[in-house]
Write a protein that binds this ligand. Structure first.
Ligand code: TTP
Ligand code: MG
Length: 460
């Protein structure tokens, strides 16, 4: 523990949902749920308005739908938009101090010892946090951050969580234990619902209660490692420094063949096998990757590389293999291949496994000719327009290549930029507004209307 509150933790509030509300002015102040919107979808995050109804990260979207009122927006994630905002915030943090440890897309630790400050007194640190969160709000077009400052990482993180959203909390050096004592043990990172429930059976609710437990009791109940760490955390013992080295920037694997391979089928199979090993390692690190790289070495040892960045981050080996094989199919390799490699870079940290394990087919708004059952509307239109019967004739229309997912950015040749509000029954409804406009008009088009195209994440 440091003698000063020079460790800061910054975490954006309802990050994905706040970006949606910034970019879609008609959703400001309204319940917004971001995640997989299909039958097996999982909530990534909910706006604070939706949290009031009980919607939470990691809950099934079906459950969130049951909890939230009609008119709640259920949107697919737009990673490109989140990444742009995240980059902007991380840049601002690095202006305060070069000592920044980014821990996820919306969260980082800062070491103020690297900042250009006259001192590290409580008032100076507080002023720094106020200015920092104000500049985040200004430079991101209105996103809010919460921040905590303290003498250790553990306490800085507790601080940033303490007064969310848009809260600043400084835990005064020397008063750590007394600040922590009345709080629920759940504030301590590493104490999840299971540990908390177990502790409750011993009458432990607060950190003060936890401090009354013997080390021996803790280790006999929770095991040596976990028990000792609980003992230390209850005493705010945390000497971790920031980890400044970036984690691995890419994960890749390659295979050299015993002979030069000409057969595409073998190359594709090998690409799949390598994708599986890459995906396994990504899984172990809990990351999704944005860019897939393919490397091919020809018999004369020249290397050919190609890469592709799909619109959403990938984590399943099938998706990685699909992109790699597409790259492979685009190569002209008459002389055969000596070596093939597949890699993934541009990692996004995810706390939750299988989060975007999307059931693509469940999301296709227009069933294929062989599809059974009726067409489902997806998106907000489902709750707001409440279609009572389905036009079965759309079942027999050719399935369009373009999937209009609720929330995605679009561009219309006449109406300009907007986003998909809902789709179904051969139609797509878009709302034409952006971060810098007032709430805009809603228009409906045929799904194959040539004037409507997928758009880019807007600038704010
Ligand atoms: P968090 O910072 O945990 O959550 P949050 O920013 O949405 O809300 P809070 O105000 O409580 O900080 O996560 C950041 C983003 O990461 C979140 O907006 C969406 C994504 N995420 C998931 O995709 N799945 C999850 O289970 C969690 C917790 C977050
Ligand atoms: Mg957050």
């Amino acid at each position: 523990m440091r003698p000063d509150a020079s460790i800061v933790h910054v975490d954006l509030d309802a990050f994905f949902a706040s970006v949606e509300q910034r970019d879609k002015p008609s959703l400001r102040g309204k319940p917004v749920v971001v995640g997989g919107v299909g039958r097996r979808g999982v909530v990534s995050t909910a706006s604070y308005e939706a949290r009031a109804f009980g919607a939470r990260s990691a809950m099934s979207t079906a459950e969130a739908r049951a909890l939230c009122p009609a008119g709640t927006a259920f949107l697919w994630p737009r990673f490109e938009a989140y990444r742009k905002s995240s980059l902007c915030v991380m840049e601002l943090l690095r202006e305060v101090t070069p000592l920044v440890e980014q821990v996820s897309i919306d969260e980082a630790y800062l070491d103020l010892r690297g900042a250009d400050l006259p001192d590290l007194e409580v008032t100076t640190v507080e002023k720094t946090l106020t200015e920092l969160t104000a500049s985040v709000r200004e430079k991101t077009g209105g996103l809010t951050a919460s921040a905590g400052a303290a003498s250790s990482k553990m306490l800085a993180k507790i601080g940033s969580d303490f007064n969310k959203p848009a809260g600043i909390t400084l835990i005064e050096p020397g008063r750590e234990l007394e600040s922590l004592a009345p709080l629920s043990v759940r504030v301590i990172g590493g104490i999840g619902p299971a540990t908390a429930a177990r502790l409750r059976t011993f009458g432990v609710e607060t950190v003060a209660d936890l401090r009354r437990m013997d080390r021996l009791d803790l280790t006999s109940v929770f095991g040596e490692r976990h028990g000792n760490s609980l003992y230390a955390l209850a005493r705010a013992q945390d000497n971790r420094e920031l980890t400044l080295e970036r984690e691995a920037k890419s994960i890749s694997a390659e295979e050299t063949f015993e002979r030069d391979v000409h057969e595409r089928v073998i190359l594709r199979r090998e690409a799949e096998r390598i994708a599986q090993s890459v995906a396994r390692r990504m899984d172990e690190s809990g990351v999704f990757g944005r860019t897939v790289h393919l490397k091919v070495r020809l018999p004369d040892f020249t290397a050919v590389t190609r890469s592709s960045t799909p619109s959403a981050p990938l984590h399943s080996w099938r998706d990685i293999a699909r992109v790699a094989i597409k790259l492979l199919d685009g190569l002209d390799i008459p002389s055969g291949v000596r070596l093939i490699g597949v890699g993934v870079s541009g990692f996004v940290q995810h706390t939750q496994e299988g989060l975007f394990d999307l059931d693509e087919r469940a999301e296709v708004a227009y069933p294929e000719v062989t599809g059974s059952g009726s067409t489902a509307m997806t998106g907000i239109a489902e709750t707001e327009a409440n279609p009572t019967h389905h036009d079965l004739s759309t079942r027999f229309s050719p399935s369009p290549a373009q999937l209009w997912r609720p929330g995605m950015d679009v561009e219309h040749s006449e109406f300009g930029p907007g986003w998909v509000w809902g789709s179904g029954l051969g139609r797509v409804t878009a709302r034409f507004e952006g971060p810098k406009t007032a709430p805009g008009p809603i228009k409906t088009f045929a799904v194959d209307d040539e004037n409507l195209k997928p758009g880019e994440a807007p600038s704010w």
